[in-house]
Design a binder for this molecule. Structure first.
Ligand SMILES: [Zn+2]
Length: 165
Protein backbone atom coordinates (compact mmCIF):
# COMPACT_ATOMS: atom_id res chain seq x y z
CA UNK A 1 0.00 0.00 0.00
CA UNK A 2 1.33 3.42 -0.84
CA UNK A 3 0.47 6.70 0.77
CA UNK A 4 -0.52 9.64 -1.38
CA UNK A 5 1.79 12.26 0.15
CA UNK A 6 4.73 9.96 -0.42
CA UNK A 7 4.05 9.38 -4.10
CA UNK A 8 6.32 11.77 -5.92
CA UNK A 9 5.57 12.38 -9.57
CA UNK A 10 8.92 13.39 -11.03
CA UNK A 11 7.26 15.30 -13.88
CA UNK A 12 5.53 17.62 -11.42
CA UNK A 13 8.48 18.05 -9.11
CA UNK A 14 9.77 21.64 -9.23
CA UNK A 15 13.48 22.08 -9.98
CA UNK A 16 13.96 23.71 -6.60
CA UNK A 17 12.35 20.73 -4.89
CA UNK A 18 9.23 20.40 -2.83
CA UNK A 19 8.42 20.41 0.89
CA UNK A 20 6.00 17.84 2.20
CA UNK A 21 4.86 17.62 5.80
CA UNK A 22 2.05 16.13 7.82
CA UNK A 23 1.13 13.09 9.83
CA UNK A 24 0.05 9.58 8.91
CA UNK A 25 -1.70 7.07 11.12
CA UNK A 26 0.23 4.17 12.72
CA UNK A 27 -1.31 1.98 10.00
CA UNK A 28 1.40 3.47 7.77
CA UNK A 29 3.77 0.79 9.08
CA UNK A 30 1.44 -2.06 8.14
CA UNK A 31 2.50 -3.98 11.21
CA UNK A 32 0.28 -6.88 12.17
CA UNK A 33 -1.20 -7.71 15.55
CA UNK A 34 1.31 -10.49 15.99
CA UNK A 35 4.38 -8.37 15.33
CA UNK A 36 6.60 -7.64 18.32
CA UNK A 37 6.79 -4.07 17.18
CA UNK A 38 3.68 -1.97 17.42
CA UNK A 39 3.33 1.58 16.17
CA UNK A 40 1.39 3.59 18.75
CA UNK A 41 1.58 7.13 17.43
CA UNK A 42 1.05 8.86 14.13
CA UNK A 43 4.13 9.31 11.98
CA UNK A 44 5.12 12.95 11.70
CA UNK A 45 7.11 13.92 8.65
CA UNK A 46 8.64 17.15 7.46
CA UNK A 47 10.63 16.47 4.33
CA UNK A 48 12.16 18.16 1.35
CA UNK A 49 12.19 16.21 -1.89
CA UNK A 50 14.69 17.29 -4.51
CA UNK A 51 15.75 15.83 -7.80
CA UNK A 52 19.52 15.46 -7.97
CA UNK A 53 20.53 14.04 -11.34
CA UNK A 54 19.39 10.44 -11.39
CA UNK A 55 18.54 10.42 -7.70
CA UNK A 56 15.67 11.66 -5.68
CA UNK A 57 17.13 13.27 -2.58
CA UNK A 58 14.92 13.19 0.49
CA UNK A 59 15.94 15.15 3.60
CA UNK A 60 14.20 16.28 6.74
CA UNK A 61 12.78 14.85 9.91
CA UNK A 62 10.62 11.90 10.86
CA UNK A 63 9.24 10.74 14.15
CA UNK A 64 6.98 8.04 15.55
CA UNK A 65 6.49 6.13 18.79
CA UNK A 66 6.52 2.37 19.09
CA UNK A 67 5.86 -0.28 21.66
CA UNK A 68 8.51 -2.98 21.87
CA UNK A 69 9.17 -6.06 23.96
CA UNK A 70 12.17 -5.92 26.29
CA UNK A 71 14.55 -8.75 25.45
CA UNK A 72 15.30 -9.28 29.15
CA UNK A 73 12.08 -9.01 31.11
CA UNK A 74 9.76 -9.57 28.12
CA UNK A 75 7.61 -6.65 29.22
CA UNK A 76 6.32 -4.05 26.80
CA UNK A 77 7.81 -0.57 26.77
CA UNK A 78 7.69 2.49 24.56
CA UNK A 79 10.40 3.82 22.31
CA UNK A 80 10.27 7.13 20.51
CA UNK A 81 12.11 7.37 17.19
CA UNK A 82 13.14 10.86 16.23
CA UNK A 83 15.20 11.34 13.09
CA UNK A 84 16.13 15.00 12.78
CA UNK A 85 18.71 14.62 10.06
CA UNK A 86 16.98 12.07 7.95
CA UNK A 87 18.43 11.68 4.48
CA UNK A 88 17.96 9.11 1.78
CA UNK A 89 18.67 8.94 -1.93
CA UNK A 90 16.43 6.98 -4.23
CA UNK A 91 17.88 6.33 -7.68
CA UNK A 92 15.52 6.32 -10.63
CA UNK A 93 15.82 5.40 -14.30
CA UNK A 94 12.78 7.04 -15.78
CA UNK A 95 12.45 10.80 -15.23
CA UNK A 96 8.74 10.65 -16.03
CA UNK A 97 7.89 8.07 -13.40
CA UNK A 98 6.34 8.29 -9.97
CA UNK A 99 8.48 7.36 -7.00
CA UNK A 100 6.87 6.01 -3.89
CA UNK A 101 8.72 6.96 -0.71
CA UNK A 102 6.45 4.84 1.48
CA UNK A 103 8.60 1.76 1.65
CA UNK A 104 12.04 3.37 2.08
CA UNK A 105 10.71 5.67 4.81
CA UNK A 106 8.91 2.86 6.60
CA UNK A 107 12.03 0.70 6.53
CA UNK A 108 14.35 3.47 7.66
CA UNK A 109 12.17 4.29 10.65
CA UNK A 110 11.86 0.63 11.67
CA UNK A 111 15.62 0.17 11.30
CA UNK A 112 16.16 3.06 13.72
CA UNK A 113 14.59 0.93 16.45
CA UNK A 114 17.04 -0.84 18.76
CA UNK A 115 18.18 -4.25 17.52
CA UNK A 116 18.20 -5.48 21.10
CA UNK A 117 15.26 -3.77 22.79
CA UNK A 118 15.84 -3.17 26.51
CA UNK A 119 13.19 -1.49 28.58
CA UNK A 120 15.78 0.48 30.56
CA UNK A 121 16.84 2.11 27.29
CA UNK A 122 13.29 3.19 26.54
CA UNK A 123 13.14 6.93 26.02
CA UNK A 124 9.47 7.52 26.81
CA UNK A 125 9.04 6.29 30.39
CA UNK A 126 12.45 5.71 31.99
CA UNK A 127 12.52 2.60 34.18
CA UNK A 128 14.84 -0.07 35.45
CA UNK A 129 14.54 -3.46 33.86
CA UNK A 130 13.14 -5.82 36.52
CA UNK A 131 15.14 -8.67 34.99
CA UNK A 132 18.44 -6.79 34.86
CA UNK A 133 21.30 -8.83 36.30
CA UNK A 134 19.41 -12.11 36.16
CA UNK A 135 21.17 -13.25 33.04
CA UNK A 136 24.74 -12.16 33.73
CA UNK A 137 26.05 -15.54 32.62
CA UNK A 138 24.87 -14.83 29.11
CA UNK A 139 26.55 -11.46 28.92
CA UNK A 140 29.95 -12.10 30.54
CA UNK A 141 33.14 -11.30 28.70
CA UNK A 142 33.50 -14.72 27.12
CA UNK A 143 30.24 -14.24 25.29
CA UNK A 144 30.37 -12.60 21.90
CA UNK A 145 29.56 -8.93 21.84
CA UNK A 146 25.88 -8.55 21.06
CA UNK A 147 26.37 -5.35 19.19
CA UNK A 148 28.67 -7.08 16.69
CA UNK A 149 25.95 -9.49 15.65
CA UNK A 150 23.21 -8.97 13.13
CA UNK A 151 20.10 -7.16 14.32
CA UNK A 152 17.67 -9.19 16.40
CA UNK A 153 15.07 -11.23 14.57
CA UNK A 154 12.33 -8.81 15.63
CA UNK A 155 13.16 -6.03 13.20
CA UNK A 156 14.14 -8.32 10.35
CA UNK A 157 11.11 -10.54 10.73
CA UNK A 158 8.92 -7.52 10.47
CA UNK A 159 10.74 -6.21 7.41
CA UNK A 160 10.60 -9.61 5.73
CA UNK A 161 6.92 -9.89 6.43
CA UNK A 162 6.30 -6.47 4.99
CA UNK A 163 8.07 -7.45 1.80
CA UNK A 164 5.97 -10.58 1.48
CA UNK A 165 2.67 -8.87 2.03
ZN1 LIG B 1 13.15 -5.13 30.73
Amino acid sequence: MSHAPFRIDLRNLPTEGKDISGTLTPAFFELSETDDIKAISPVTYELNVLRDGKDLLVTGSLDATFELTCGRCLQRFQQHVEMDDYQTEIPFEDASSTIDLTEPIREDILLALPSYPRCEDGNVEPRECPAQGKFEMATDESAPDESAEAPAPGVWNVLDQLKNR
